[in-house]
Design a protein around this ligand. Structure first.
Ligand SMILES: [Zn+2]
Length: 279
């Protein structure tokens, strides 16, 4: 991609192939770009187009063939590619398990807090030059969260307005004891990809919103010893069956994001040594 006349986008979505039909055909269709980054290639080419008149960039976080397992998702390259395109807001839909009795498969959770239990993942752009410590007290953009909650209501989707996600390293699922300990902490959602994706977006001053589609009850439900633990087949099949509901949400949410940003997310961006991003 060259700098001169480079295409761009305002909204980024880390989605999958099931989202391509959201693009406005009348707005010129889509363009696919292979973007290289100082952190290596992103998980796949970025598709640019319009949804409801808004410029959008899609990137499958696991790759077009789901070839990157969660702990090997090239999150820095994925987020940097979005920043390179000028994206100011990222929506990160994801599959997740429920840790709470009141959160059921098929529900959506608009995440508001995050607990990082991953390890060994490159999770900063600021590992060179002057120290740059970024507040992550509130990991998700309040303005984007509010828009996502409104969009879910307009779609008639059951969405919890807040929830804490514990991000585990994977690719294995949690043990019963781990899952029970997370429940005991009061955390509602378990997932493998929200970290460092959400944090890396913050480091570049990009608003980030995590919308979890609940696919399972992780290792089971309290007081139901007959409940079977989650399997990969169950997660993939459930997510596929419910993809149209994620699409419905995005089709309402994205066009509602025309307003300028009133949050503080942009202020988190510091002086990058490598790579220098365009202002
Ligand atoms: Zn924000």
């Amino acid at each position: 991609m060259s700098d001169a006349g480079a295409p761009g986008a305002d909204i980024g979505i880390f989605g999958g192939s099931g989202f391509y039909e959201l693009f406005d055909e009348a707005a010129g269709g889509t363009t696919t770009l292979a973007i290289d980054t100082p952190y290596g290639p992103p998980a796949g080419p970025v598709t640019l187009g319009h949804i409801g008149g808004v410029r959008v960039a899609f990137l499958p976080r696991h790759g077009p063939d789901h070839q990157h397992v969660p702990h090997q998702v090239p999150a820095r390259a994925n987020v940097w590619a979005m920043a390179r395109l000028g994206v100011q807001r990222i929506i990160g839909p994801c599959a997740a398990g429920s840790l709470a009795n009141h959160v059921h498969p098929g529900d959506f959770v608009v995440l508001d807090q995050l607990v990082d239990r991953t390890w060994g993942r490159p999770d900063t752009f600021y590992d060179e030059g002057a120290a740059h410590h970024v507040s992550f007290a509130d990991p998700y953009c309040p303005q984007l969260r509010s828009a996502a909650v409104d969009a879910a209501a307009r779609c008639g989707i059951t969405a919890h307005e807040r929830g804490t996600v514990v991000v585990i390293n994977g690719p294995r699922f949690a043990t019963r004891a781990e899952s029970r300990s997370y429940r005991d902490q009061g955390w509602e959602v378990i997932n493998m990809t929200q970290y460092p994706e959400a944090y890396l977006a913050r480091e570049l001053g990009i608003c980030y919103c995590g919308v979890a589609l609940i696919t399972d009850y992780d290792t089971g439900v309290e007081h139901d010893p007959g409940m079977e633990p989650v399997t990969q087949e169950q997660v993939f099949a459930f997510f596929e069956d419910n993809l149209h509901r994620v699409r419905e949400l995005l089709a309402v949410l994205v066009p509602s994001l025309r307003s300028t940003r009133s949050c503080d997310c942009a202020a988190a961006r510091g002086p990058l040594v490598n790579p220098p991003l365009p202002a």
